[in-house]
Design a protein around this ligand. Structure first.
Ligand code: ADP
Ligand code: TZD
Ligand code: MG
Length: 584
């Protein structure tokens, strides 16, 4: 593109060489202008130079071994910070590798922008076989909240502003931004370029709930005999921690936390009913969901979990749903009192309406919950105190529980089946947004990407409790962890397989069962291969020593914890979704 000349300028001015800028600089300046300081990605045509220039411009560029992991890192960075996490990839295959993470971000309501370089439009659209040819925009669209393509350098500012707004406003989600190769070297006058950039004002505007909706919810809650609050990861995301604590404590209502909302209030809080979950769900009469969907993770509000007579029947609970999405209400069962708005504004409005003499829930309900809790906690303590050989999930996780208690600022990344479910129920969390896990899809593969992001963005120790199968999805990123020298301690719950390691090939043939891996695999050597610390442990004492050392030294560490290969159940705790699960 040539320079734009204004016929009105004087001869002398026209003779001055124009200061020029290009697409590279404008992308970088637009990101910086909007406070984006970190990019997760993987270089190659046509974005190699962009990664160099981003780093030269002072942004942190974290380069991964596979785009999916860079994408997961970006998605969780979005959850942690309320700023869109950025994942940068090459065209077709790199884009596709990043796409799973983009869909994951959208599903989980995490703000993220996948920026992919793309091939020549004219050639792609005529399907003439360009290098890495693919109509990326069309493919991304159904998997994200919004998708944009920028063809002209002077539109970069608008493209990035729209991407940011779409990612973080309303219900957050994934956004795709397509930047064709030809955009980057496009040259335009610097003044025009500068002027085209947009610093987004109020990217995620507050959404104040209607007064009558708040009143309807409070009236319902006030009349409840057995009220329950369920905090979800939307509540954690909202960073309205003090208001949520005030709501819980001023109402005295028992609460449970969905997996990634654990620690929003400390799990040791006296009103926390997590240890009586299967009692409070069917028992409650009014349930207030705050940033939690009534999806499969809550049995859709139906069936035995909720006291329903059949799997389709719901237990007759009344629901208050606090959510930014107006179409979430009635998604599974009737919502009696939707409160639509951002959680900060909604919870503040609810608090303002509580008044000074909010009636505490009936003692009968609270006592019954406490009874259940006490019994279940005692039962759990008994199991945790056992010291079998080989280690059980419980005896190993008892150690992790102590270590997390002693290091409440550490991030806990968690994936697997049994390795996930046992960790969620055994390891208490003490601070908000510290537990990062498989989320709405129960997806495997987030482990190392999340760990990198937590260490880079959160700047704290990371403990990643991983099933041996789960770890395999992103295991190569231990090199990334070593390369950036991140304080990540990976603990593999190694039971030699998916769910269990003792399955046999029923034919007696030479192939192993599809569910098992090489026995006694030495995963710790993967970390050693890149200069990190590897430990192979078979007792809780050794596990404790290894984790303590990792945290003391902050060195990249992989602890391969040998777990009884027969100790797990198929699908962990979600056997109900797997009707053909093999019962052991
Ligand atoms: P969980 O898996 O923990 O139950 P979900 O992902 O199912 O949580 O639900 C999160 C909910 O939170 C979504 O319905 C989303 O619309 C909502 N949400 C996310 N951010 C906000 C926010 N800032 N304010 C209000 N609601 C939000
Ligand atoms: N692929 C993806 C992307 N996500 C999935 N959830 C699965 C496959 C299916 N799956 C689970 O739901 S858990 C799991 C798989 C493969 C692994 C379980 O084995 P693990 O954990 O070693 O990680 P445990 O402790 O052995 O149960
Ligand atoms: Mg396993």
């Amino acid at each position: 593109m040539g320079t734009v000349t204004d016929p009105g300028v004087s001869q002398a001015a026209a003779q001055q060489p124009q200061e020029m800028t290009d697409g590279f600089s404008l992308v970088i300046e637009a990101l910086k202008l909007n406070g984006i300081d970190t990019v997760f990605g993987l270089p190659g045509i046509p974005i190699t130079d962009l990664t160099r220039k981003l780093q030269a411009a002072g942004l942190r560029v974290i380069s991964f071994r596979h785009e999916q992991n860079a994408g997961y890192a970006a998605s969780i960075a979005g959850f942690m910070t309320q700023k869109p996490g950025i994942c940068l990839t090459v065209s077709a295959p790199g884009f596709l590798n990043g796409l799973t993470a983009l869909a994951h971000a959208t599903t989980n309501c995490f703000p993220m922008i996948l920026i992919s370089g793309s091939s020549e439009r004219e050639i792609v659209d005529l399907q003439q076989g360009d290098y890495e040819e693919m109509d990326q925009l069309a493919i991304a669209k159904p998997l994200c909240k919004a998708a944009f393509r920028v063809l002209h350098a002077e539109d970069i500012g608008v493209g990035i502003a729209r991407a940011i707004r779409a990612a973080v406003s309303g219900r957050p989600g994934g956004v795709y931004l397509d930047l064709p190769a030809k955009l980057f070297p496009q040259s335009i006058e610097a003044a025009i370029g500068r002027n085209s950039l947009i610093k987004v004002v109020d990217a995620a505007p507050k959404q104040i709930p209607a007064a009558d909706a708040v009143k309807r919810a409070l009236d319902l809650l006030r009349g409840a005999k057995k009220p329950l609050i369920i905090l979800g990861k939307g509540a954690a995301y909202a960073q309205a921690d003090a208001d949520i604590k005030a709501l819980v404590e001023r109402t005295g209502i028992p609460y449970i936390a969905m997996s990634m909302a654990k620690g929003l209030l400390p799990d040791t809080h006296e009103q926390y009913a997590g240890a009586a979950r299967s009692f409070v769900l069917p028992g409650a009469d009014v349930v207030m969901l705050i940033g939690a969907r009534l999806n499969w993770l809550l049995s859709h509000g139906k069936g035995k979990t909720w006291g329903g007579a059949t799997s389709k029947a719901w237990g007759g609970q009344k629901y208050i749903q606090v959510d930014i999405s107006p179409i979430e209400a009635d998604s599974n069962v009737r919502t009696d009192a939707p409160v639509v708005g951002d959680i900060g504004s909604c919870v503040a409005a609810l608090n303002a309406g509580l008044g000074n003499n909010w009636p505490k829930p009936p003692a009968e309900w609270l006592d019954a919950i406490n009874d259940k809790k006490t019994k279940n906690v005692a039962k759990m303590a008994e199991t945790l105190a056992q010291n079998p050989s080989p280690m059980s999930f419980q005896s190993a996780l008892n150690v992790v529980r102590d270590i997390v208690k002693a290091n409440p600022d550490a991030y806990l990344v968690n994936e697997g089946a049994n390795a996930l479910d046992f960790t969620r129920s055994i390891v208490d969390m003490y601070k908000p947004r510290k537990r990062l896990d498989v989320g709405t899809w129960g997806i495997m593969g987030v482990g190392m990407g999340y760990s990198v992001a937590a260490a880079v963005i959160g700047k704290q120790q990371v403990i990643a409790v991983e099933g041996d199968s789960a770890f395999g999805f992103s295991g190569m990123e231990v090199e990334t962890i070593c390369r950036y020298n991140l304080p990540v301690c990976v603990v593999i719950m190694n039971n030699n397989g998916v769910y269990r390691g003792d399955e046999k090939n029923p034919t007696g043939g030479p192939d192993p069962s599809p569910l098992v891996f090489v026995k006694d695999a030495r995963y710790e050597k993967m970390m050693e291969a890149f200069g990190g610390v590897g430990k192979h442990v078979t007792t809780p004492q050794e596990l404790r020593a290894a984790m303590e050392e990792a945290i003391r030294t902050r060195r990249p560490t992989l602890v391969n914890a040998v777990i009884n290969e027969g100790g797990g159940t198929e699908s962990g705790r979600i056997t109900s979704l797997n009707p053909t699960a093999k019962k052991k």
